[in-house]
Design a protein around this ligand. Structure first.
Ligand code: NI
Length: 213
């Protein structure tokens, strides 16, 4: 079918209108953003052993409020800092005879990632991203239910990887889902003596809302 001039004009106007209406959603350079929601920290299934293999450790998961702060200094490149409430993990130490010693620890796992947004700067309403970065985890309130035993976990520095997606609702708001894999290992000390390394290496999964301003 031959296209008439009015048809072409109408198509052009529609395209222009579409461009104008989505221009406002421009997702990219100069955006400050925050993402917030609920995050579940699930430690790896093999948490290692303490006391030269005599105690196997098992660290439970925990779910808390979490949020991030970020900035896009380029349409396709940004940085994001993951912050959260303190997470609290229960754990168990099990000896060869099956005796179980319960314990718990709190930690704060701030994670900074540099991110790549393949569709940044386009009108796409689905905006995925990936990131790599670094995590610092500080432990506190380490407790083990053995009378008189003083337990300490060293702070951990490790690499982090991230994937996520924003589903744009309007200029400011988006639905968000994100996951981080974080390398967290901590040296455990009882009465100041090194007793081994606990591998936490968690997957952090967050669902919530993004807000750009
Ligand atoms: Ni690790």
């Amino acid at each position: 079918m031959r296209k008439t001039l009015p048809t072409l004009l109408a198509a052009g106007l529609a395209a222009a209108a579409f461009t104008t209406s989505t221009q406002a959603l421009a997702y990219g350079a100069g955006d400050f953003f925050t993402r917030f929601g609920v995050a579940k920290v699930t430690p790896t299934s093999d948490n290692g052993t303490l006391g030269e293999g005599t105690l196997s450790t098992n660290v439970d998961d925990d779910t808390r409020f979490a949020f991030t702060l970020g900035y896009r200094f380029h349409d396709k490149v940004g940085v994001e800092l993951l912050a959260a409430e303190q997470f609290k993990h229960d754990f168990t130490l099990t000896d060869a005879d099956g005796n179980v010693i319960p314990g718990s620890t709190k930690h704060l796992p701030p994670t900074l990632t540099v991110q790549y947004y393949p569709l940044g700067g386009t009108a796409a309403l689905v905006q995925p991203y990936v990131g790599v970065g670094v995590n610092y985890t500080r432990f506190s309130s380490e407790k083990v239910e053995t009378p008189g035993a003083e337990l300490n976990f060293d702070s951990s520095w490790g690499a982090a990887g991230q994937v996520g997606v924003d589903l744009l609702i309007n200029d400011n708001w988006a639905l968000n889902a994100a996951a981080w894999y974080i390398d967290i290992d901590t040296d455990a000390k009882i009465e100041g003596v090194d007793v081994g390394t606990i591998k936490i290496d968690p997957l952090v999964v967050m669902g919530g809302i993004s807000y750009r301003f």
